[in-house]
Write a protein that binds this ligand. Structure first.
Ligand code: FEO
Length: 172
């Protein structure tokens, strides 16, 4: 049985992951409105990954006899000055999520909740990748200095992303 304190914390994290999905969808909508279809594609796929993250926590709670409860998703930013500002927001958001996962790990240690260790280790590893990817795009966009040709080239690169999340991602 999952400790109630961990169940509540993971339910909060489900909300944070669904909020993340919403954050990326808002950026996708902004990008689509500016004909940055590659960036919109990248953001929509990221939003799908965030949904998988939420369901991974969902699966963990129910597998351990707990109960999932959903709460309102807070507002997201819909306006950005540039693709760089949007990716900077994404990077900052991922740093915030990493901090949340670190705190869940602290709670896991405090409660001695050994069954949660596997899923939290998966997320600790995932967040390294999530931060590195977002920061990578920030660095590339900084190099363009908002030059339209550079942004056009990067948008083509962003268009190449496909949703390849393995179905096993839901398992621990
Ligand atoms: Fe689920 Fe991008 O953190």
């Amino acid at each position: 049985m999952i400790p109630e304190k961990m169940q509540d914390a993971l339910n909060d994290q489900i909300n944070a992951e669904l909020h993340s999905s919403y954050v990326y969808l808002a950026i996708a909508a902004w990008a689509e409105d500016r004909n940055l279809d590659g960036m919109a594609n990248w953001m929509k796929i990221q939003a799908q990954e965030e949904m998988v993250h939420a369901m991974k926590f969902w699966h963990h709670i129910t597998e351990r006899g707990g109960r999932v409860t959903l709460t309102p998703i807070k507002e997201v930013t819909n306006e950005f000055e540039s693709p760089l500002e949007a990716f900077e927001a994404a990077y900052k958001h991922e740093q915030y999520i990493s901090d949340r996962i670190n705190k869940l790990q602290d709670l896991c240690n405090e409660l001695g909740d050994h069954p949660a260790r596997g899923i939290l280790q998966w997320f600790l590893d995932e967040q390294i990748e999530e931060e590195a990817t977002a920061d990578g795009w920030v660095q590339k966009l900084r190099m363009t200095k908002d030059h339209p040709h550079g942004i056009f080239m990067l948008d083509k690169e962003l268009a190449a992303r496909t949703f390849v999340y393995p179905p096993t991602a839901l398992a621990e």
